[in-house]
Design a protein. Structure first.
Length: 177
């Protein structure tokens, strides 16, 4: 079934979709090639908006129209997760591990040792090796690379927290980071 152009007094075949409203709704109309060109030439998404509304829209568009929070805000997801990890509420660093007896002269804590384990690194690895391993694991487990799979997302969170813990440890010990 072919659509007739929805332009006034036009009887051509309408093969091109044109939105009816600016709200990204699924509503559209069919236009022929001549009228879709005219429609596009005259289309102004910001018509009817004042300057402040346009500026707000553009600012909001920078974050895909989603609210953002500063890292310092009390309800920031990563800040809550980080604080819980430091208190080990998630139990990530409390699992029994085979590294327990491998403490070296750097006096890494059990949490540090568990972080090395999560990153699949030798205890006391040099910072450039840790950084390189972290980057490769982020690429491997990133949700965009795994169709948004929650298991990969949770693994990425553990990897990020382990990396952050080691980064703080290396800064604290004044080891090159």
């Amino acid at each position: 079934m072919e659509n007739i152009c929805d332009w006034k007094n036009c009887k051509k075949i309408g093969k091109h979709k044109a939105p009816i409203e600016k709200d990204n709704s699924k509503r559209f109309r069919w236009l022929c090639i001549d009228h879709i060109k005219e429609f596009n030439k005259n289309w102004d998404y910001f018509s009817g908006m004042n300057e402040n509304e346009i500026i707000q829209f553009i600012k909001s568009d920078m974050t895909w129209h989603r609210p953002t929070q500063s890292f310092g805000s009390t309800d920031n997801f990563f800040k809550i997760l980080w604080n819980n990890i430091l208190r080990d509420k998630e139990g990530i660093f409390s699992e029994p591990n085979s590294y327990k007896n491998k403490l070296n002269s750097n006096n890494f804590s059990e949490k540090d040792i568990q972080a090395f384990k999560i990153l699949k690194l030798n205890i006391g690895a040099k910072w450039p090796i840790i950084k390189s391993k972290f980057k490769s694991l982020v690429k491997k487990f990133h949700p965009d690379m795994n169709s948004g799979n929650k298991e990969f997302e949770n693994e990425l969170k553990k990897i990020t927290l382990a990396y952050s813990l080691l980064k703080e440890k290396y800064k604290e010990k004044n080891i090159d980071t």
